[in-house]
Design a protein around this ligand. Structure first.
Ligand code: NAP
Length: 316
């Protein structure tokens, strides 16, 4: 067990967590950020970010690195570990790391994000990495001059299809209904891209592969139930995220989708525990809203810790 009692432990090194780290250090808090992977979060897989104010065009990897470097200038302590458990306490909260280390803090900021939602169809898990992917920037390179299908109708599906259109010969977008959920600007770019063909009212029912990798998918028309096989070389699935909520302690309220419910200060039902970014129940899941959550939670935590310490001093 570490002897240090932190003011705040930040879990997750995405835009929310790193912003929380910057604000926590600026508020002179003794803070540590725990991140099991590379600081920067999901955005490091984004080819192009064009809606973060101040940067007309920047790659997700570069923006993530800038967040990380910015936090580093304030001397934010970063621990490259996975959190195994959070145990809320009346006096102090406990965070247990995967190597058994126990950390104690007055406040905890939870920004663990989410993982790609799975279709759950035959072939999806079997052929992951052999033609099935959840990241065009990571795997698109392997499909130069080939035909791929993107599944989904949100911003991610639209963005990744546009990215893949720069590499592949042909990109289908299979969407389960007849209108995209993606923002209008992205929709227009998709419709203007001659390499992209929309498969409306279409779901995948099976992914087929041989020794060479994926060669076809079975499709079903959601209106007519007609089925057909579509020859393709790759399947890119972007149908939303499932929040990483495994370590959310009992007593914290969550939505039916598993997102953490907070108040406007990002504080959960347990005092001193905050949730930020994609794991938090909210309207817009953007880099800027994750960063805004990080700022809000760190400022609220600073106030909470200060008030708690003042109260503790009076009762000594
Ligand atoms: P999303 O907005 O939740 O969209 C998921 C899409 O997948 C929807 O079109 C949905 O269809 C479809 N879908 C869900 N489950 C499905 C299933 N089982 N089978 C087939 N289709 C299914 O997810 P996202 O695109 O990953 O975006 C997540 C958040 O990040 C959003 O708030 C988005 O605005 C944001 N984002 C922003 C940017 C940007 O601004 N540059 C980029 C990426 C993501 P329905 O439409 O029928 O529900």
């Amino acid at each position: 067990m570490s002897d240090t009692i932190y003011d705040v432990i930040i879990i997750g090194g995405g835009p929310g967590g790193l912003t929380a780290g910057i604000y926590a250090k600026r508020a002179a808090m003794n803070a540590v950020l725990i991140e099991k992977g590379v600081p920067g979060g999901q955005i490091i897989n984004s080819d192009e970010v064009e809606n973060y104010p101040g940067f007309e065009h920047i790659s997700g990897a570069e923006l993530g690195m800038k967040f990380s470097q910015h936090a580093d200038t304030y001397g934010l302590e970063v621990e490259g570990r996975e959190v195994a458990a959070i145990v809320p306490g009346a006096e102090l909260h406990t965070v247990q790391l995967d190597n058994g280390t126990i950390l104690k803090s007055h406040a905890v900021i939870l920004g663990t994000g989410g993982n790609p939602r799975k279709l759950g169809i035959p072939g999806e898990s079997e052929f992951y990495g052999k033609g099935v992917s959840y990241c065009a920037v990571c795997d698109g390179f392997f499909f130069r001059g080939k035909t791929v299908v993107v599944v989904g109708g949100g911003d991610s599906a639209a963005e990744e299809a546009l990215y893949l259109a720069k590499i592949a010969e042909k990109v289908y977008i299979a969407h389960r209904r007849d209108a995209l959920r993606a923002g209008m600007l992205l929709q227009q770019r998709v419709f203007d891209e001659c390499k992209i063909e929309m498969l409306w009212n279409t779901v995948l029912t099976r992914i087929k592969a041989n020794d060479e990798g994926v060669y076809a998918v079975d499709l079903k028309d959601t209106q007519t139930n007609d089925q057909r096989e579509l020859p393709i070389n790759g399947v890119f699935i972007f149908i939303g995220f499932v929040p990483n909520n495994a370590i959310v302690p009992a007593g914290i309220k969550m939505s039916v989708e598993g997102n953490v419910i907070t108040d406007e200060k990002c504080e959960t039902a347990i005092p001193g525990i905050y949730a930020i970014g994609d794991i938090r129940e909210k309207y817009a899941r953007q880099i800027i809203t994750a960063a805004a959550d990080g700022c809000t939670a760190a400022l609220a935590a600073a106030h909470y810790v200060e008030a708690k310490k003042a109260k503790d001093a009076c009762t000594l």
